[in-house]
Design a protein around this ligand. Structure first.
Ligand SMILES: NC(=O)c1ccc[n+]([C@@H]2O[C@H](COP(=O)([O-])OP(=O)(O)OC[C@H]3O[C@@H](n4cnc5c(N)ncnc54)[C@H](O)[C@@H]3O)[C@@H](O)[C@H]2O)c1
Length: 118
């Protein structure tokens, strides 16, 4: 992991949907990455605030919820946790647009927007 995150601007975590595993990954990422690196989770259901709480820099933690199949689906839900900074949210939106995606910023509520509607 140390090798993989060297020199990056943003990390997108996409391990399977288990809080304990994401907690372990974010604790490691927080220790490995300088505070300017954005730490994003692709979680579909877990609270970004809770994931961010395991780090020392919750302001740089955010959700980026992509949709399957990712190369074809343009929508990305960008989820702000309680402590996510404006700088982190703005930069995440900018990066998603650079990927050719259509980001929407949503609140950290169960199901976010799309799954909540479904
Ligand atoms: N499948 C979907 O349609 C979909 C859509 C949007 C978001 N998500 C979210 O994406 C995330 C991944 O879901 P998925 O369906 O791709 O799951 P998956 O089980 O298909 O893939 C999970 C990946 O995590 C890896 N992994 C497992 N343990 C690991 C560890 N200790 N360290 C590093 N990597 C590890 C596995 O090798 C695998 O590549 C989940 O948070 C899920 O909610 C899934």
């Amino acid at each position: 992991m140390a090798q993989a995150v060297k020199g990056v601007v943003m990390v997108v975590e996409a391990v399977f949907e288990k809080f304990e595993l994401k907690k372990e990954i974010f604790t490691k990422l927080d220790a490995l990455c300088p505070p300017a690196v954005i730490l994003a989770s692709n979680t579909s259901t877990l609270s970004i605030t809770s994931i961010a709480a395991v780090t020392k820099h919750p302001d740089r933690v955010i959700g980026t919820h992509y949709f399957s199949p990712v190369p074809a689906m343009r929508l990305v839900e960008v989820i702000r946790g309680k402590e996510t900074s404006d700088a982190t949210a703005n930069k995440t939106v900018e990066i998603c647009r650079k990927f050719g995606k259509t980001p929407i910023v949503v609140k950290n509520i169960p199901g976010f927007i799309v799954n909540r509607f479904l």
